[in-house]
Design a protein around this ligand. Sequence first.
Ligand SMILES: Cc1cc2nc3c(=O)[nH]c(=O)nc-3n(C[C@H](O)[C@H](O)[C@H](O)COP(=O)(O)OP(=O)(O)OC[C@H]3O[C@@H](n4cnc5c(N)ncnc54)[C@H](O)[C@@H]3O)c2cc1C
Length: 507
Amino acid sequence: MTETVPAGPRGGLPERCRIAVVGSGLAGLSLARELAEHGADGVVVLEAGPDRGHAHKELLTRDESLKLWHTEDPDFHRAWASEWPPHYVHSSGLRRRLGGRSLYWHGVCLPVEEQVLRSGAWPPALAAELLGEGLPEGSLYDQVGAQLADWAGAPLGHCRSTRERRLVARLQELGHPVQPTPQAARSERLPGGEVRQVPFTPLTHWRGPVPLPLPYPVLPDCPVTHLRTASDGSVEVTVGRPGGPAEVLRADQVVLAGGTFENTRLVGRVLAETHGLDSWEFDNLTDHVNQGFVVTVPRATMPLPPGPGRAFCFTPELDTCRSYLFFDVMESPRPDTVLMCVWTMGEQVSTESRVRVERVSPGGQWELGVQPTISPADDRIVERQAARLAEVAERVFGIDPLTYSLRKEDFREGGPLFLPQLRAALGHDATVSGGAVFPYVYPLGSVDHEAGTLALGGDAVDEDGTVRVMPRVSVLGPAVFPRQGAANPSLTTLALAKWYARRLCSR
Ligand SMILES: Cc1cc2nc3c(=O)[nH]c(=O)nc-3n(C[C@H](O)[C@H](O)[C@H](O)COP(=O)(O)OP(=O)(O)OC[C@H]3O[C@@H](n4cnc5c(N)ncnc54)[C@H](O)[C@@H]3O)c2cc1C
């Protein structure tokens, strides 16, 4: 059994520990779990937000879940200012609570594309491990996939319903080589009897129906505000608990897993102070280029079985628009119509978006400013995506391509947005007025895939994830992705947690 840090008099916050993990989201808790498997002791996880239980938002109704995600979440925390709204001002942000965004994500698990891993942007040794070159135990992705499949009781890309099987078959007939979207999710029965696909959260390991409970303290309401090297070489981690004085925990090693922006804030402050400055800037902030449409058609146009149950599939469109194309069947309020969301998610090409970390008061408040950029190469992705979506609307749903209205300017201007378009689609009766599409864009910084500011092998962080000016501090999560490709980030975040744990424990 792994040794635990004894609860101290300071509400469980010890004076000292071996490894302090900052953040209890997808990255932080997954790392803690991996460390436990390696038998590491003296680990403490510090979480800024409260403990509000571990129920995933997918256990709510669709309306409640959308509201929580887009509009009414007491734990939503966007601690940066954008210099170019509508970019980086929408629903992306921390969900500052135990579990973080692992209680909100959809569970889509795609690896970073091989050509991106081999492009030279990723450290070659890590790329080889992600791809499994020379590893008898298989690639890091395969290892994580196997763990998630064990938890889910089925492979991630299995077909989850008859409806999904029919959707895949129909789209294949129409020339789209789709397959079920790999998701780390499993069927759970809600109290009312309804069965839902609920995504994985690493909180399961800590407090859920065991397999392996985390043997470490996971301390809520412990926001980390500052890091400093102490005279004995350890790291002084300052914790500013609400309503209390600042407290210090000394750690031999610190792993920052507070999400891209919070990791950037903490490292930016360290870098600025090391160089005697009041601010620090990072480039390479990237997000995904995401646009799509909600469509409602009579069931005869898309002959899928009625009744509940999601159907969700995808196909790569990497050559045409550096993107994936997703088809997601939603619950329709009308039995004779089918409601679907179809979207493209592509890699942002520009690496020019910047984050500025700046001291705003002598007392030590450090704020974040985001300077988003959309380059001409990003515009081309947007145009190709829109053209592809118009083609799909015509070939799959019989919509006149001339009525498909998204232009590249819409992405730059940041509208129309998803929620109003979904509402419009819900209000449209396709049996009376015929099928219709409701195109939307997600401006940059609204799909929670912000990444890249602390890239592995870049100026601030070395190829191992160590902060160059503070070698006992390392960073985990999408912030360290040198390039994220078109894939959703979390499978790679989980793979990196496995990789970090092994390296930390071998030191
Ligand atoms: C609705 C939604 C759907 C998504 N769907 C997918 C999907 O299908 N597939 C996919 O790959 N990704 C998806 N994502 C993105 C994914 O959830 C994030 O990429 C992922 O959670 C990031 O992990 P993280 O651990 O870096 O950050 P988080 O999960 O945000 O965790 C960070 C944690 O650190 C805490 N923290 C922050 N600062 C501090 C501090 N200073 N001190 C202490 N604690 C701190 C935060 O409170 C938080 O709990 C989705 C996100 C959302 C919101």
